[in-house]
Design a protein around this ligand. Structure first.
Ligand SMILES: Nc1ncnc2c1ncn2[C@@H]1O[C@H](COP(=O)(O)OP(=O)(O)OP(=O)(O)O)[C@@H](O)[C@H]1O
Ligand SMILES: [Mg+2]
Length: 233
């Protein structure tokens, strides 16, 4: 079996003296989509931010193709990481065209994925609608041909049709280019639609690793972790 694109082992992260992640461990192979599940405040976003280098107090191993992923966020992005995290993936004061240029993504490529962005090229990213911002962020992150993409609640605040559109674009692009994806999700039914497998975080630890087929069948166990109840695994 070939080596996973992303290996996260014993990841610990803290804000000041508050330890949020105590032992987060998972792998993601090329073309796979891992969804991170867990209740509000479980540490899902912190896991993505720690992998991307935004949480200074982080320990444990993060390997990209067997090599340590380290340094400041921009260095990790150069090392083939794409990021769609609210407030961190776009330059709000720059136009759509300039955001693309910064990421080294051509306008043509974005328009192949999202033709509706054609008339928005000169608008500042911060003035786009939520759906448009997400289309631009997804285009920026995925069209650079990264090996790993981190997505935080991709569909949050989007209409059902826009959610489908953005999710389908991500899945198609990731499958085509063999990108490894880590997608934070709150909702088991969305996770079931997009994931190849899932990890459920509770009390700063991955409490459950599941294959997509098990997600709905084991929803009661997942919910017990959300509620902080003991689970037999
Ligand atoms: N910058 C920060 N400084 C201090 N504490 C933080 C910071 N960011 C997050 N936290 C705390 O860390 C914990 C985990 O937060 P995180 O945002 O990772 O959770 P989450 O699982 O993404 O939750 P949600 O589903 O609500 O987005 C929370 O208790 C939160 O209050
Ligand atoms: Mg979050």
């Amino acid at each position: 079996m070939s080596r996973p694109v992303l290996e996260v082992r014993g990841l610990r992260a803290a804000y000041g003296r508050r330890q949020v992640l105590r032992d987060v461990t998972f792998n993601v192979a090329a073309g796979d989509v891992l969804t991170l599940l867990g209740r509000n405040g479980a540490g899902k976003s912190t896991t993505l931010l720690a992998i991307a280098g935004f949480v200074p107090n982080t320990q444990g191993e993060i390997l990209l193709n067997g090599q340590p992923l380290c340094g400041p966020p921009h260095a990790r992005m150069r090392q083939a990481l794409g990021l769609v995290v609210k407030g961190r993936s776009l330059s709000g004061s720059l136009s759509v065209a300039d955001n693309l240029r910064l990421a080294g993504v051509s306008r043509k490529e974005l328009l192949e994925l999202f033709p509706e962005m054609e008339r928005r090229m000169t608008v500042a990213a911060g003035q786009l609608s939520g759906g448009e911002q997400q289309m631009l962020a997804v285009g920026r992150a995925l069209l650079r041909r990264p090996q790993l993409v981190l997505l935080d609640e991709l569909t949050f605040g989007l209409s059902p049709s826009m959610s489908r559109r953005v999710v389908d674009a991500v899945l198609a692009q990731a499958a085509r280019d063999g990108i490894a994806v880590v997608a934070v999700e709150q909702h088991i039914h969305i996770a079931e639609r997009i994931a190849t497998h899932a990890a459920v975080i509770g009390e700063g630890v991955v409490r459950l690793h599941l294959h997509r087929d098990e997600l709905l069948r084991r929803a009661a166990e997942i919910e017990a972790i959300y509620l902080g109840l003991p689970v037999d695994v």
